[in-house]
Design a protein around this ligand. Structure first.
Ligand code: SF4
Length: 417
């Protein structure tokens, strides 16, 4: 076990590979290397000298910062399909610190330890969660953020086939209270299934109290809320709203025939005080449901006036993903994972349909137009048409797009009800 040897460490370098995260999003609540920050706190507490380096594309620019010789380097990993970035980070560390031991942990390392060891060439792989570090607050002094991250639970009560949580965090563990951890006015929960915590009501009541006292401003859950739990306990919706959870999300991975249940989940949030357009529905596509079925689900969300967070499926052991959203050239399974029921064109079309629909919902319009978005239409005509229904708008706006029908192509004339 790697951790037993830690007492001997003097200097540890913590590395986040240069994952393809836009620089401006580096400190975004979705991309903080929280595992490394907890490790940093733990190691510091053990008297180990640490440095964190978040590699960028110009590895070179980081070299000068590495002014100490670590005995061990811990590299984090994320999705399996970003394995190449981990390998590059290992190579970089080998060149720069040939005498240091290189350990890789995190999601990819935990899901595919053998592949990780062989492909990246690291010395050791750390699988799962580091329990010792888990007890520590992340070391926020190493990053520049105005929020804090809390795990009120680890693991999940469910075992969805497309999800790797069970592999990494097989046991569902939860806290009864989190109020003693709170120090920031903004809290982001990294729980996989926040509402599954048997003490969720107590935790939400704590947050409501902290909100009343203005100790906190708002909360957010990185994962969606478990709609089946919301249906059983609709009172949780009111507590979420009172605690000022922003941008609530629920997941709809099942078939279109589940629409009644999903609508009831949306209604619980709306009746708790959320505007429908603040709510997002997570949808996995490029998976078992066909394009047509996904489009029908999209149209339900249009009727309910909720946004969609689309998530392109990749298998849990997919080790590359070179999908290019900007290319005009078709891509194939050699570039990225394409489900047998889908193809490159349908994937791009669905993604485009979601984007257009979300813009309509955010802007309260009944049609989408790229000409209006890119200001190729005069302000006067755009303002005149803004509140029009699709059939009226299309008289004035050539490229008006109707969210209410299935679109099989990005710029299609071919549509079907
Ligand atoms: S509910 Fe969410 S976190 Fe839990 S197993 Fe399913 S997908 Fe994973």
């Amino acid at each position: 076990m790697i951790l037993k040897k830690w007492e001997k460490f003097d200097k540890v370098l913590l590395i986040e590979p240069n994952f393809p995260i836009p620089n401006k999003s580096l400190n975004h609540k979705d991309f903080l290397p929280i595992g490394l920050l907890k490790l940093a706190s733990y190691l510091k507490n053990e008297g180990v000298e640490i440095q964190l380096n978040r590699l960028d594309d110009t590895f070179q620019s980081n070299i000068d910062q590495f002014n100490f010789q670590p005995d061990t380097i811990f590299i984090t990993s994320l999705f399996t399909y970003w394995s190449e970035y981990v390998k590059n980070a290992v190579n970089f560390c080998r060149l720069k610190f040939p005498n240091s031991k290189v350990v890789v942990g995190g999601i990819y390392a935990s899901l595919m330890p053998d592949h990780c060891k062989e492909y990246t060439g690291c010395d050791e792989v750390f699988v799962g969660i580091c329990e010792k570090a888990e007890k520590f607050q992340p070391d926020y002094s190493l990053v520049d953020v105005d929020y804090q991250i809390i795990h009120a639970s680890r693991g999940c009560i469910r075992k969805c086939a497309c999800c790797g949580v069970y592999e990494i965090e097989p046991e569902f563990k939860f806290k009864k209270s989190i109020k003693s951890e709170v120090f920031s006015r903004k809290i982001v929960f990294y729980d996989n299934n926040l509402l599954a915590n048997p003490y969720i009501k107590d935790i939400l009541l704590e947050l409501v109290e902290l909100k009343k006292r203005r100790t906190i401003l708002n909360c957010e859950s990185q994962s969606g809320f478990d709609g089946r739990i919301l249906l059983k306990h609709p009172d949780l919706g009111i507590l979420l709203k009172k605690a000022n959870f922003v941008n609530p999300k629920i997941a709809w991975d099942g078939p279109v025939s589940d629409s009644d249940d999903i609508k009831r989940q949306v209604d619980i949030l709306v009746n708790s005080g959320y505007k429908s357009k603040e709510i997002s529905v997570f949808m996995l596509y490029n998976h078992d449901l066909s394009f047509e079925e996904m489009e029908k689900k999209r149209i339900f969300c249009w009727e309910w006036n909720v946004q969609i967070s689309d998530c392109r499926y990749r298998p849990l052991d997919q080790t590359y993903d070179n999908y290019n959203p900007y290319t005009k050239k078709p891509q194939s399974n050699e570039d990225y994972y394409i489900h047998p029921q889908w193809d490159d064109k349908l994937i791009r079309t669905f993604r485009s349909n979601i984007r257009k629909q979300n813009i309509c919902i955010r802007q309260d319009t009944l049609f989408y137009s790229a000409d209006i978005e890119r200001k190729r239409v005069s302000k006067t005509i755009a303002a005149k048409c803004k509140k029009m229904k699709f059939n009226d708008a299309k008289i004035h706006i050539k490229d008006a797009w109707d969210p209410d029908v299935i679109h099989y192509e990005i710029n299609d004339a071919k549509i079907a009800k």
